[in-house]
Each structure stands twice: as structure tokens, then as C-alpha cells.
Design a protein around this ligand. Structure first.
Ligand code: ADE
Length: 267
């Protein structure tokens, strides 16, 4: 995959892609990441990238011409991608909410171009005639699209086949399974008087798998009942939740509503 990022602050991208899993993925040519300074494509004498909004109002708006020029220059580099395997994404709080399923979809693409917005916004023609998608990383406003672009690239790259050492761990983890992750422990078995649950030391792999599933169900029911409405649950899962939450509680959880346990001994 080739990722191009258009930004007014290319220095911000030093660091996050130079460590750990993303660095290894780049070294192994599973992804290449190219950061372009939009200002380099502002061709007037002062290299202006923003201007006052037509119609008045507070703040400045990013001009369309440097963004289009930067995007066209970036797309002319490297291998072209088939239309259904590429995306031009504007990072904006007005975008559709970023989610694991979007990361998984984008990980199958061969080219991504991310545009980092700034100031009060970006000229509407960028949305209408350049971007193929708009993504928000959450309902809060950041100073620009750079951190959101880093979030999206990180979430996407780790889903490219071969990037993670252990493919099972990605499939098992939180959200991909529709549930939050079960609690994890490592050595020492006792730390400051706090012990690892007996079950995990039992060596009984079937029982451990069941315990982990139940812990994931309890954690999701407690913290994110909204996820349970869409999670693929087995009959055993439903029976377990009915034992802990009672039949009414189970019905609430399956509708994505919070519920109160009727017994606590399963925790
Ligand atoms: N730019 C500023 N805030 C943002 C957000 N929450 N998501 C995406 N881009 C942004």
C-alpha cells in the first residue's frame, strides 16, 4: 500500500511512523508513507494556503488550488490504483465516524491519500470534487487533521496482511470480534498481593477459552452494552448473560441497553 498525506505541518509526522510496527511494515515494504507539504503547491509569491471566507464570518478557510495541486502531484507518483482500491480522504469532524470496519476495508486498498484540514475549514470544492470520503475520529474538534490522519494510518496499516506477527491476535482482539477484549495477565503470578486468576494457571485450554469469552461478555455488558446489540453471540453466550443479568437484563443487553447484574459470582 502507498499512503500519501497532504498537510501544512509535515514535521508533525516525524516520529509516529518511525517506531514499532509501522516502522517494521515500512522497512518490509508492506506500506510506504509519503508526506507532502501543501504550502509547496501554493504558487503565489507569499505561498498563501488560506483566505477569508466568502460571505464573511470568523476564521480562515484553506484554499482549494494548493490542495488540488498537491493531490494531483502525489497521485502522479507511484503505481496508480484501480478505482475501487483507492480513497482520497478528507480528515474532518464532519466526516463519517471512523470505525474498525472502515480500517479493515481501507487495509485492502492499494493507495490512500489523506488530506489534513486546518483553520475554520476547507473550501467546499475539495469535499465535492476531490475527496472520495470524509472521516472523523470522534466527536471533538482538534486543531487540525494531522493527529486524525495518524490514527487512521495506524489502524489501517496494522490490518495489512503480514504487518502483525501473529494474525490470530488481530482476529481475536477487541471490536473485531464485536466485544471488548478479555483481561490479560503476564508474569509474575502474584504482584503486590494481586494474583492472576486461578483459571489462567490451570492449563485447561478449553476452560480458559470459555472463561475469556465470558469475561469479554461481562466487560462489554458493563462498559459498552451498545456493542452487544450487533455482536455475533452464540446460544452459550446468551445463556451466560441470562445467568448473570436475568432474562430481563439479557433482553436489555441484546437491545444495546445497560443492565444490572442479578448475580456477581461470575466476575
Ligand atoms: N479535524 C479536527 N478534528 C477532527 C476530528 N475529530 N476528526 C477528524 N478530523 C479532525
Amino acid at each position: 500500500m502507498r499512503v500519501d498525506i497532504l498537510t501544512l505541518f509535515p514535521e508533525m509526522f516525524r516520529g509516529p511512523f518511525d517506531e514499532s510496527i509501522i516502522r517494521r511494515a515500512r522497512e518490509r515494504d508492506l506500506v510506504s508513507i509519503h508526506v507532502h507539504n501543501i504550502r509547496d503547491y501554493a504558487l503565489d509569491r507569499h505561498r498563501v494556503t488560506d483566505d477569508y471566507p466568502y460571505g464573511g464570518g470568523p476564521g480562515m478557510v484553506m484554499k482549494p488550488d494548493p490542495i488540488f495541486a498537491a493531490a494531483e502531484a502525489a497521485l502522479a507518483q507511484g503505481e496508480p490504483a484501480p478505482p475501487d482500491r483507492r480513497a482520497i480522504i478528507l480528515m474532518t469532524p464532519q466526516g463519517r465516524p471512523f470505525h474498525q470496519h472502515i480500517a479493515d476495508e481501507l487495509a485492502t486498498y492499494t493507495r490512500l491519500l489523506l488530506i489534513c484540514g486546518h483553520y475554520e475549514g476547507v473550501d467546499e470544492r475539495v469535499r465535492e470534487h476531490l475527496a472520495t470520503d470524509e472521516l472523523s475520529i470522534g466527536d471533538y474538534v482538534l486543531t487540525g487533521g494531522e493527529l486524525p490522519a495518524m490514527v487512521v494510518v495506524d489502524a489501517v496499516v496494522r490490518r495489512i496482511p503480514g504487518v502483525l506477527g501473529c494474525p490470530a491476535s488481530a482476529a481475536e482482539e477487541s471490536i473485531t470480534s464485536g466485544l471488548l477484549e478479555y483481561p490479560q495477565y503476564t508474569r509474575p503470578a502474584e504482584f503486590r498481593g494481586w494474583s492472576v486468576p486461578e483459571m489462567l494457571l490451570s492449563g485447561n485450554h478449553g476452560a480458559i477459552a470459555r472463561w475469556r469469552r465470558e469475561q469479554a461478555l461481562l466487560r462489554t455488558a458493563q462498559r459498552r452494552p451498545d456493542l452487544l446489540a450487533c455482536a455475533p453471540l452464540t446460544n452459550a453466550d446468551r445463556a451466560f448473560l441470562a445467568r448473570v443479568y436475568g432474562p430481563d437484563g439479557l433482553a436489555r443487553l441484546l437491545a444495546g441497553q445497560p443492565a444490572t447484574p442479578v448475580r456477581r459470582d461470575e466476575d
